[in-house]
Design a protein. Sequence first.
Length: 86
Amino acid sequence: MPTRTREQLDLLLRTVVSDVIGTEPAELHGGTSLVDDFGIDSLELMEIGSRLESALGLRIQVKDLTAAETLGEAVDLLETRLAEPR
């Protein structure tokens, strides 16, 4: 699997989240809190996780996504997970 830059991960995450919650990727930024700013629920979070898993070819625990309070923290999580040996 090709290495993805932080910018590519950020765009992927914003695109997936915007598709699930019905907003535009440009409305989302690193400091966006999905719970506080958009009221995202656990089913939406599971859908986001599933789409990211498919796009990136890795397992993402929902608890890991819920631990990320902002989109920037979620990008950090994805970077870390992609750097781990498989």
